[in-house]
Design a protein around this ligand. Sequence first.
Ligand code: GAP
Length: 422
Amino acid sequence: MALCKRRGFVYPGSEIYGGVANTWDYGPLGLALKRNIKKLWWQEFVKKEESVFGLGGGIILSPKVWEASGHVENFTDPLVECKKCHHRFRADQLDAKSCPDCGGELSEQRQFNGMFRTFIGATEESKSIAYLRPETAQAIFINFKNIVDSFHPKLPFGIAQIGKAFRNEITAGNFIFRDLEFEQMELEYFIAEADWEKHFDYWLKKLRQFATMSGLHPDRVSEREHEASERSHYSKKTVDIEYDYPFGKKELWGLAYRTDYDLKTHSQKSGVDLSYVDQDNNKFFPHVIEPSLGVERTMLAVLCDAYWQDEKRVVLKLKPALAPIKVAVFPLSANKPDLVKKAQLIYRELKNADYDVAWDDRGNVGKRYYAQDEIGTPWCITVDYQTLEDDTVTIRDRDTTRQERVKVANLVSWIKEKLLES
Ligand code: GAP
């Protein structure tokens, strides 16, 4: 957490006003890491798939969506309040009979809805209530017919969305694990009912692969199937992908078999037919397999897994594809204009080649390496006196610390190759 703050990954939300629990702001490097996670997900779950369509559904949908989906009634947690200090706790996560903060008496348990409420228009009355979406999935279901009408896809096909979701979490989170505001990467994969197990297994395998691609060590990733009593109201089978965080094994991502629950209820409640007609003129509600991933939770697992330390250095051993900065460029000495000029040219060239590149000419090269290791930059390029003679530079590898000399003319392709290899 200290590294994340110091080096510009994650800042506590609204810090100068004392903070807001479970909110965070993302600095340049955190933003880049999140962007890279989303890019990798989009590449694997949308672009590489045969028939997956992207969607940018709204954060504010009709409140009728959340009534139909069951969230108004069921998206609740049991809550107790301390009668003395008025702190609130999730009853199902509390072992003690009295308030853990002050020892006070706890209230009776009541259900607390996790959706944020707001109002549309000028008046605050029940007619104008709106909710900030607690999942991106519902925008997909209510646009199912739009996608079918525009693209006429054959089953199976998917609709995917990356976007913000909001939950009024009352449990104090572990860093960015549980947030009021977070991003989801969700795919609703529409299938014929008979095939659900096959598709469930396919997406489970895909999630395992995505964990490996994100750099998570297989020993720290496990799976846990939900008991019937803990499954969401819409699900017939749910498997959590769990990660062994420093604070324990906890949910990383979810995979749910949502049946035809959502399309069916939206059809009933909206009066618009959301069924599907296949090539043989059979009309039915497709069933749904849903892999759902949180961006921040992924980022936290990726950071925990990548953090490495010995007596000499702290290194974020991030997968190069996820590293916020791919390469850093240094002139050996900041007060040698020839070296600085050449290094600037290389820096510009790599930037123009669309890489995230850092420049550093402060202190000595050792300190610069240390600073780049700490933020996970896989490669550091140093322009030295030999560069001026033979147009080669040294490239130093973050993990092995080994250096090799590479021709300046080959730098762009060298980095490209290394990124493909890693
Ligand atoms: N549409 C299904 C759905 O929303 P979920 O298990 O409630 O299922 C999916 O959420 C994923 O979203 C979780 O596995 C987690 O990665 C992420 N997530 C959920 N609540 C979160 C929160 N409060 N803060 C950060 N990430 C969260």
